[in-house]
Ligand binder design. Structure first.
Ligand code: 0A1
Ligand code: ZN
Length: 873
């Protein structure tokens, strides 16, 4: 066989076929033991009447690691001649139209380092079945359009595993032999195998209850290691808020009698929405003021809500196939982001979401893994849990909301849930519901699902003084992406406002672009307005308009759209920093114009503004965002220019930073409310600028904050700022103190790792290599890998892109090691190397060389193979 033929092959959306067999009922019995686990699966199978392939074989997915012990049909044991099996599929050619299949398998959760299927996280058993983990447990049609009712019995030693959980409601429990016990669970809602879950361990639990709008009482339980029991209140509160919000905003009630969340330490992603039994990465559920920053508190709220919302958008109505992933993910991200906007500041939430989209998703769109929101093909589905499917998918749903308005959108979701409850459907079905309730033709709109890439919108305008006519002209285009050279125009909503010289809003609304070039005329204006375009970022595009600094300043002051006020400030600083980069490369002296300093002074001193908003306005664009905007990324120029800006603004406004710091410092004890978070964010931004002056007094202030803080936000901010400053000795001292204080708190120590790994000071790679030797570092734990390896490779551009290529070789070494151990994590960590085309030639060669080395290291997982081969193509 040639090398070529052995490589993993893509599967295509166009090849979708309905399943030939359906599973009406799935009965599982797990015998969990220290060496191995035995699984007996009893399936009630019947032919799918919708399938026209009359001779189709029964196809069961099964991972190569699963040992088949017994297989029978209606009690008749099958011999090896009765079926065929390869690494992925078990096929039984001749089966009746209705039968009982029994299958006994042996698996080894203890040695499962991929963290897919059934595995052990510390001392407990847990599962992760999305997308294709169930096939690592038993042989099964592991595809989302096969939905079955599950009954699950978990058997394990009572002493070690007193808590035994699965989906649905507990219906039976009791003792077995040898100190073992069992619990049987029944989930009445048909679900695909990817929503199956099981947990067994010695866990503490926080209990509460929620009464639904229709008066049903639901038991709420959050399980965690007993040492973390004091960190579950925030998740519980967030859960109850999410349940209520979904009733109020979407009319969706919870449907089982019990809702459980389990916190686990070893988890590849953030969390998982298994029916009635969510499994969470500890980082997305544990929170306490002493150990958790404000940002992490918000993340917990958002992720708890996200998983809860999946109960309707994902579980009750699920995906027909994995190409439709954004059906559940894009919609659910939209739901959780609106929830967070309602719970906190809408404008701040929008700023944060857009900043992520514009840096990371736009970069994905511009890289070799670019794909449409609904991909056309994939080699490994795990590689498509992306910013495009999630965040851009959310923006696509948001655009539907903008185009239809809140009321029709709600009618659309009502229709969608009613029409498809209990079904596995497509993004077309979702859009169809929106079209049906609104009477709108959304055919062109659907290009957002099928065309990849970030559209560009260029805007120009003209003004006719004599007629009072103002005209805006839009030209849209979209760059080529892998496999898609030519793009057709998108249907996009452009929210806008026209602002007078005195700051009044002359007009506002939503324009709908459908053509590649389109003009809109506004009559009867008394003066030429300043256009506020793409308000609230109404479409995920790169919009350009030749704004003058004076116009941006005007928007910054007067725009009624908070997001666009912030964006005007961003446009101004980005423009300045881009021109400073040109100066830097030409070895010209750098300077920040007085006008910018004055504007910042005004913002800093204006006590009427929301401090959170001021903090966002005065935070310089990140290195990652500046990199995304560059034609060719000059890591050094970006870093140096940003450092120069920080130092200059720090020194020029030292008194104002100090005043803002003082104003935002509370004497009272910590509270977690929005106003207190906002003050902390401006206070810590100010502290960062103060330290950047290089004056010792501010180091003393930072140390005092570090020592006296009663919350992690303030303590960690002080630590990170000192460590990343030029005060190297102080940084080391604080790191040591922090470690001594927090060594028993895994999540806090993850931050300790990540602050160091992202420190750009020279010698970063050596420091990171030392961190890996730390006794608390564990290469099998994804959170640790993210805190050290990903923090260095993805958040420390200067260190990672060191000219000798050592950062690239370091990452490649990790990928080669992790390829076998945990393919999902390996392929995620790879991302920075895949962006090689964006860098200067010398770096390109070095990066490509390392990708090549990974490719040639042999025996690649599908995950890593797909990313590496597409990056080199
Ligand atoms: N559906 C989950 C995300 C998730 C996806 C895959 C996983 O394992 C490979 C785990 C979690 C969510 O959207 O929250
Ligand atoms: Zn999700």
């Amino acid at each position: 066989m040639s090398q070529e033929m052995q490589q993993p092959q893509p599967i295509y959306l166009k090849d979708y076929q309905v399943p030939a067999y359906l599973i009406e009922h799935t009965d599982l019995r797990f015998e969990l033991a220290e060496e191995e686990t035995l699984v007996r699966a009893t399936l009630q199978v019947r032919r799918n009447p919708a399938c026209t392939r009359t001779k189709a074989a029964l196809e069961l997915h099964g991972h190569e690691s699963v040992e088949l012990c017994r297989l029978s049909i209606d009690g008749e044991i099958l011999s090896e001649r009765d079926f065929s099996r390869d690494d992925e599929l078990l096929c039984i050619p001749a089966v009746p139209s209705r039968f009982t299949l029994e299958c006994v398998t042996r698996i080894h959760p203890q040695s499962n380092t991929a963290l897919e299927g059934l595995y052990k996280s510390d001392g407990m058993f847990c599962t992760q079945c999305e997308a294709e983990g169930f096939r690592r447990i038993t042989f099964y049609p592991d595809r989302p359009d096969v939905m079955s009712v599950f009954r699950t019995t978990v058997v394990a030693e009572r002493a070690r595993y007193p808590v035994l959980l699965s989906n649905g409601n507990p219906v039976e429990s009791g003792d077995e032999d040898d100190g073992r016990h069992f619990v049987t669970w029944e989930d009445p809602f048909p679900k695909p195998a990817y929503l199956f879950a099981l947990v067994a361990g010695d866990l503490a639990v926080l209990e509460d209850s929620y009464t639904t709008a229709s008066g049903r009482s639901v038991k709420l339980q959050i399980f965690a290691d007993s040492k973390d029991l004091d960190k579950l209140d925030h998740a519980m509160l967030s859960l109850k808020r999410a349940m209520q919000w979904d009733e109020q905003v979407y009319g969706r009630e919870y449907d089982l009698d019990i809702y459980m969340i389990v916190a686990v330490d070893f988890f590849n992603m953030g969390a998982m929405e298994n029916k009635g039994l969510n499994i969470f990465n500890t980082s997305c559920v544990l929170a306490s003021p002493r150990t958790t920053t404000d940002a992490a508190f918000q993340r917990v709220e958002g992720v708890v809500a996200h998983e809860y919302f999946h109960n309707w958008s994902g579980n009750r109505v699920t995906c027909r196939d994995w190409f439709q992933l954004s059906l559940k993910e894009g919609f659910t991200v939209f739901r959780d982001s609106e929830f967070s906007a309602d719970m906190n500041s809408r404008t701040v939430k929008r700023i944060e979401d857009v900043a992520l989209l514009r840096t990371a998703q736009f970069a994905e769109d511009a890289g070799p893994m670019a794909h449409p929101v609904r991909p056309e093909s994939f080699i490994e589905i795990s590689n498509f849990y992306t910013l495009t499917v999630y965040e851009k998918g959310c923006e696509v749903v948001r655009m539907l909301h903008t185009l239809l308005g809140a009321e029709l959108f709600r009618k659309g979701t009502d229709l969608y849930f009613e029409r498809h409850d209990g079904q596995a459907v497509t993004t077309d079905d979702f859009v169809q519901a929106m079209a049906d309730v609104s009477g709108r033709d959304l055919t062109q709109f659907k290009r957002w699902y099928s065309q990849a890439g970030t559209p560009r919108v260029e805007v120009s305008d003209s003004w006719d003084e004599s007629t009072g006519q103002y005209r805006l002209t839009f030209r849209q285009s979209c760059p080529a992406t892998p496999g898609q050279d030519k793009k057709l125009p998108f249907h996009m909503p452009i929210a806008y406002g026209l602002i007078s010289a005195s700051g009044d809003e002359l007009d506002a609304g939503v324009l709908e672009l459908t053509d590649s070039e389109q003009s809109f005329t506004f009559d009867g204006l008394a003066e030429r307005p300043v256009p506020s375009l793409l308000r609230s970022f109404s479409a995920p595009v790169k919009l350009s308009y030749p704004y003058t600094d004076a116009q941006l300043m005007h928007l910054l002051r007067h725009d009624s759209d908070g997001f666009n006020r912030w964006d005007a400030g961003q446009r101004m600083t980005v423009g300045l920093m881009q021109s400073l980069m040109v100066d830097y490369r030409a070895s010209r002296e750098l300077a920040v114009p007085e006008s910018l300093i004055d504007t910042w002074r005004g913002l800093l001193l204006d006590e009427s503004l929301d401090p959170a908003m001021v903090a966002h306005l005065l935070r310089l664009p990140s290195e990652a965002y500046l990199a995304e905007l560059a034609d060719e990324i000059d890591v050094e120029a970006i870093h140096e220019v940003r450092e120069f800006m920080v130092t200059t603004l720090a020194r020029a406004l030292q008194d104002e930073w100090s005043e803002a710091y003082r104003r935002c410092s509370d004497d009272q004890a910590y509270t977690a409310d929005a106003a207190a978070c906002a003050r902390r964010s401006l206070k810590n931004l100010s502290l960062g600028y103060l330290l950047a002056t290089g004056e010792e007094v501010w180091l003393a202030l930072a140390e005092e904050q570090f020592n006296t803080a009663d919350n992690m936000t303030d303590q960690q901010a002080a630590l990170a700022l000192v460590v990343h400053s030029g005060f190297r000795h102080a940084g080391e001292r604080l790191l040591a103190e922090f470690q001594a204080q927090w060594q028993h708190e895994a999540l806090v120590m993850n931050q300790w790792f990540s602050i160091q790994a992202s420190d750009p000071w020279p010698g970063a790679l050596e420091r990171v290599q030392q961190l890996q030797e730390h006794p608390l570092f564990d290469a099998r734990n994804p959170n640790k890998l993210r805190s050290v390896v990903a923090a260095f490779c993805a958040q420390n551009a200067v260190g990672f892109h060191s000219a000798d290529g050592s950062g690239y070789a370091y990452l490649a070494d990790w990928i080669i090691q992790l390829n076998k151990q945990n393919p999902q994590i390996a392929s995620r960590l790879l991302t920075p190397l895949t962006r090689w085309r964006r860098y200067p030639e010398a770096a390109q060669g070095l990066m490509r060389g390392q990708l090549q080395r990974v490719l040639e290291s042999g025996d690649l997982s599908r995950d890593v193979y797909e990313v590496v081969s597409k990056s080199l193509a």
